[in-house]
Ligand binder design. Structure first.
Ligand SMILES: [Zn+2]
Length: 308
């Protein structure tokens, strides 16, 4: 073989490998379509205990049924109730929880969580919650779809959680349940607000508590327009510490390591202007690809990684 031919073959191989690394795994159109639908006025802000909240439950359930996820309970639904801090009444919530069994023999299990509830409407104004957290819900669904087509080595539980906005109630109910307590759950990846960052900054919180995760995160393929930043997990920094700010909190309290992905609070945070039109779609899509790559890397290393 002539040297020039060998050289061009090597160049070709490198470019093919390069292409493989950059290949999309997530269906961007589907991802955005979930966010647009869930944050439309039809869902009335998806407040737990309202018709809009039930519609959001059914949306997640329908996707899990289509993907044929294995229920973590007798059905995909995990019903729970809690007393409201505001009205002192009992409110009913429903998590949607399905899993994909691992192809390997290890019992180590990962969880992907995203809350689908939001604030509902106030004085006739709908709080659509496109970023918070239609974005994470859609990511959880499309990441699950990837793994139904590319089975993981370790079992992954996918949980659409209810009543986060009322005090992480769905996450508390899930962590206390047999679905988590009876399994060897070693990490929770929580996604909550990942679609709106004009600056292109995605935070991953949790490495301060679980420094062993850092080495894997540092090997992620850089994504155009997304700076992945460590932080928001330093104790004693008040609202800058997101350790208990979303559904990963109850996992952490139960001694289960977490990584939380989310953006900084923005002008639309908990405002009626958290609309689909305001999200940054390319940043969002690339962020979801990055989160999927994270889960793939943890799946490959789960039997040897030490989180502490
Ligand atoms: Zn949220």
């Amino acid at each position: 073989m002539k040297a020039s031919r060998l050289l061009s073959l090597i160049t070709l191989s490198i470019s093919i490998i390069g292409c493989v690394a950059a290949l999309p795994r997530i269906d961007k159109a589907k991802l955005l379509s979930h966010v647009e639908t869930l944050s439309s006025d039809v869902y009335h802000g998806r407040q737990t205990g309202t018709d809009g909240g039930v519609l959001a439950q059914l949306y997640v359930k329908n996707e899990m049924v289509i993907m044929n996820l294995t229920p973590c309970f007798e059905a995909l639904e995990q019903a729970f109730s809690f007393s409201s801090r505001q009205s002192q009444t009992e409110i009913a919530g429903v998590n949607m929880v399905g899993l994909i069994p691992g192809s390997g023999s290890s019992d180590k299990t990962m969880v992907v969580t995203a809350h689908f509830d939001h604030l509902g409407s106030r004085e006739g104004v709908v709080y659509n919650g496109a970023d918070d957290n239609a974005s994470g819900t859609a990511a959880m669904i499309e990441i699950a779809r990837y793994f139904t087509q590319n089975p993981p080595e370790h079992t992954i539980i996918f949980a659409g959680l209810d009543a986060e906005e009322m005090g992480l109630q769905g996450a508390r109910a899930l962590v206390a349940s047999s679905c988590i307590a009876d399994r060897n759950v070693v990490v929770d990846f929580n996604v909550d607000m990942i679609s709106r960052s004009p600056k292109g900054e995605l935070y991953v919180a949790g490495t301060r508590h679980y420094p062993g995760t850092k080495a894997i995160l540092e090997t992620l393929t850089p994504r155009e327009g997304v700076a992945l930043l460590f932080g928001h997990d330093v104790p004693g920094t008040g609202s800058e510490d997101w350790t208990s700010a979303s559904d990963h909190g109850p996992f952490h309290q139960a001694g289960i390591p977490f990584l939380y992905f989310g953006v900084e609070d923005h002008p639309g945070y908990h405002q009626p202007s958290d609309d689909f039109q305001e999200i940054t779609p390319e940043f969002y899509y690339q962020s979801v690809e990055l989160i999927l790559e994270t889960i793939l890397k943890f799946d490959a290393k789960l039997d040897t990684i030490t989180f502490q």
